[in-house]
Design a protein around this ligand. Structure first.
Ligand code: PLP
Length: 354
């Protein structure tokens, strides 16, 4: 009944945001109990019971006091950053993090005017903790991390690594915001409850709309006091919602998909293992841990835009992340048969250039 893939029947690996709601999710949407989430009841919560249920479940899942349903990961990150850093204050992050690359309004003078300062990470996205000493200053107000790290190939940070980062932050009395858009892929790879990965951070946002399969939404989680502020900031940004139970119901269903996320990691590894290393032309940047594969193009004769176009003609969509880099992302609607087909298309393409 619901189309799982585009009309052209392409294998589309551009992003895990391409997941579509399944039948169960659609029926949860139609039977959701609704109210006005923008109107606060006497308990300080909104009046949509389905949103409240989702927020309670999300908070419990990550072991924080409370949670706020936001319409995107971008908005959830922006809210957290606005709360922790004032105009002119600095936010410490990795230069290739999603927050710096995409949440641009935060760092633009004409919008929110926070400053970015960069700590160093290694090639698989592990923060070099000593490099935080180099950026510490009176105006540094917040540190951010990303798990999994999208631009470094979907690599994960362990509970221990997260703890050590937060310990360093605490030595400077700094809060830590975790961009955990794909934290469940990390938890599946590390075989750890997500709570352990999140325990030392001050706040976290995770996406419902990627691998978990919801049509819309992200959860911002933290202390009750933080979430109270976050609710106000969300409203200021125009992110207040009304009968949002319609989409929150899908979010609750999405939480039930957490147990299946390991399949996406496994399928990505399957694909990675089938892609041959075409000497001097293409190489896989990362050891594949989760659902993302990054391919670096080494040949001077090839740009990622040409690769993108050629693969699309053969029936495979990929994402261009730079002139010399493409990214493949696996999600639940990609079958094992698709994986084989995708590997064949990629290998056949690069063989032409050897
Ligand atoms: C997708 C993503 C976001 C933003 O989520 P949207 O819902 O697309 O706004 C933030 N951080 C990371 C690492 C992401 O992959």
């Amino acid at each position: 009944m619901y189309q799982q893939r585009g009309v052209d029947n392409l294998i589309d690996l551009r992003s895990d945001t391409l997941t579509k709601p399944n039948t169960q999710m659609m029926s949860a949407i139609t039977s959701a109990e609704l109210g006005d989430d923008g109107r606060l009841g006497l308990d300080g919560k909104g009046e949509d019971p389905t949103v409240n249920e989702l927020e309670m479940k999300a908070a419990r899942l990550v072991g924080k006091e409370d949670a706020l349903f936001c319409n995107s990961g971008t908005m959830a990150n922006i809210i957290a950053l606005l709360i922790f850093a004032n105009r002119g204050e600095a936010i410490g992050l990795d230069a290739s993090s999603h927050i710096f690359q995409s949440e641009k309004a935060i760092f633009k003078k004409e919008y929110f005017g926070r400053r970015a300062v960069f700590y160093e990470s290694d090639e698989i996205g592990k923060p070099l903790i000593e490099s935080i000493d180099n950026i510490s200053s009176k105006t540094l107000a917040l540190l951010c991390i990303e798990n999994t790290f999208s631009m470094k190939g979907g690599t994960s940070l362990s509970a221990k690594e997260t703890f050590l980062f937060c310990e360093k932050a605490a030595s400077y009395h700094l809060p830590v915001h975790l961009d955990g858009a794909r934290i469940f892929n990390a938890a599946a790879y590390l075989n750890q409850p997500v709570k352990n990965l999140v325990q030392p951070v001050t706040t976290i946002q995770f996406c419902l709309s990627k691998g978990l399969g919801a049509p819309v939404g992200s959860m911002l989680c933290g202390s009750s006091k933080f979430i109270k502020q976050a609710r106000k900031v969300r409203k200021l940004l125009g992110g207040g919602m009304r009968q949002a139970g319609v989409i929150a119901a899908a979010g609750i269903e999405a939480l039930n998909n957490i147990k299946n996320v390991h399949n996406d990691n496994e399928k990505a590894l399957l694909l990675a293992n089938q892609i041959r290393h075409h000497n001097g032309i293409m190489f896989m940047m990362n050891k594949v841990e989760t659902n993302i594969i990054v391919l670096d193009l080494l040949s001077n004769n090839l740009t990622s835009h040409e690769v993108e176009k050629e693969l699309a003609i053969k029936g495979l969509r990929v994402k261009v992340t730079s002139v010399k880099q493409i990214r493949l992302t696996i999600y639940k609607d990609i079958t094992r048969k698709d994986i084989n087909t995708a590997a064949n298309i990629i290998n056949a393409f690069f063989e032409k250039y050897i």
